[in-house]
Design a protein around this ligand. Structure first.
Ligand code: G3I
Length: 388
């Protein structure tokens, strides 16, 4: 009786799984035919599928993961062609409390890991209002405020000169909701120095490492809402102003933190148009922090994974049509290490049932998920482009 009950239960569960998968496929349009691109010894890694189209594929990493999670490191080395420190290169994370007392240890570990393994390295980030050491807020004299920025940028960019593919020089500089006519964020640098801080930061980075690509990185630029349309216009205007005044900017970073269900509407044509407008400015584009939250999706992991995969597909299928897109970085590789799973996101992105989120291409056991298939298929189907 017990066995029969167990059998019925497992048949029921399997039927539910198949039904759920079918429903999710119907609902989402994800359903690839042919062999899996992610599961199996013969499959090509994401970095290779990307490189075949002139793209770089990368992921975040941390010094703690490099020294403490060898299984994860093996996955990174197989799948990624680039790494970026998720937190270890942020100014306030490195700073031990007083001016000039910065701990380069974890940042060095990430840079050395990239160098030793022949991986490209993104530098993230030089100035971010959200991760600025507390002593900086107490400075008042303009000369001191500028000297501190210049010193920090020279120290970071100089230390890793020749090793960094792209630097996020200024992170998240726009916030139209702050009410300024130029749409710039009222963060610490703007409040203390005015918009000129942007030029100072980019000029200093360029002088310190002329080979590094210099990036303006920002978020909430992907969806078809009036708020995000305002953000897109604001960013385009900022980039045009920077170019007119000779500020050396090379790349726009589109963060791309997506939601798989119940989020804002997505329009492929609107995204394509925006990317074409950026390309029209002569800039290259990097997708810098791609991941997908599942706070509104059903708990069933099969359904959830399918919805998450669909969000990756819809975004990448549209974005990769634009030849100026040269890089795709997922904000993590496995659900084992994700800011979403660690609940470092805004509370609105947490699942109310307490079930861990599943935002990335590999699961916590490092097994590929449908999201990996979605990314692999997007790379395989993308038009080729000149690397950048
Ligand atoms: O390391 C401490 C740990 O010692 C402590 O026990 C724990 C308690 O909360 O906090 C840990 O620090 C956390 C840190 O991540 C490392 O995990 C911080 O609280 C947490 O706020 C921090 O969040 C990071 C966030 O940036 C703020 O720096 C996320 O990991 C990181 O993924 C996120 O990344 C940002 C990009 O840099 C810029 N774009 C948006 C993206 C998401 O916010």
């Amino acid at each position: 009786m017990k066995r029969r009950g167990g059998y019925l239960l497992s048949v029921g569960l399997e039927r539910r799984r198949v039904l759920a998968a079918g429903l999710a496929t119907l609902a989402t349009g994800v359903g690839w035919s042919g062999p899996s691109r992610c599961d199996g010894a013969e499959t090509e890694p994401l970095r290779k599928l990307a490189a075949e189209k002139g793209l770089i594929y990368g992921t975040t990493i941390s010094a703690a993961q490099i020294t403490g999670d060898h299984e994860f490191v093996d996955l990174v080395l197989r799948q990624a062609g680039l790494v970026v420190a998720e937190n270890d290169m942020k100014w306030s994370i490195m700073n031990r409390g007083t001016r000039g007392d910065d701990d380069y240890g974890p940042a060095d570990t990430v840079a050395a890991f990239a160098l030793e393994n022949n991986l490209a390295l993104r530098g993230h980030n030089l100035l971010w209002h959200h991760r600025t050491p507390s002593w900086y807020f107490k400075l008042n004299a303009r000369s001191e405020l500028e000297r501190a920025i210049v010193g920090h940028i020279q120290a970071m960019v100089g230390r890793y000169r020749g090793m960094v593919h792209s630097w996020d020089v200024v992170n998240e500089p726009i916030e139209p909701k702050d009410g300024r006519s130029d749409g710039l964020r009222n963060g610490v640098f703007l409040e203390k120095l005015g918009p000129d801080y942007l030029d100072l930061a980019f000029q200093t980075a360029r002088e310190t490492d002329p080979a590094a690509r210099l990036v303006v990185n920002d978020y909430d630029l992907e969806f078809d809402t009036p708020e995000q349309e305002t953000r897109r216009t604001t960013l385009l205007n900022l980039l045009e102003r920077m170019q007119r005044s000779g500020t050396p900017v090379d790349v726009v970073g589109i963060e791309t933190h997506l939601s798989c269900a119940g989020g804002p509407p997505f329009s492929a044509s609107r995204l394509r148009r925006f990317l074409a407008e950026l390309a029209g400015l002569g800039l290259t584009i990097q997708i810098t922090e791609l991941d997908v939250t599942d706070e509104n999706a059903p708990a069933d992991p099969v359904v959830r994974d399918s919805l998450v995969a669909d969000a990756y597909s819809r975004f990448l299928d549209a974005a990769l049509d634009e030849a100026a897109v040269k890089m795709v970085v997922t904000w993590g590789l496995s659900d084992r290490h994700s800011w979403i799973v660690r609940q470092e996101t805004h509370e609105a992105k947490w699942r109310s049932d307490g079930v861990p989120s599943r935002p990335l291409p590999f699961d916590p056991d490092l097994k590929p998920k449908p999201a990996c298939e979605a990314i692999a298929h997007a790379f395989a189907n993308a038009p080729g482009r000149a690397p950048g």
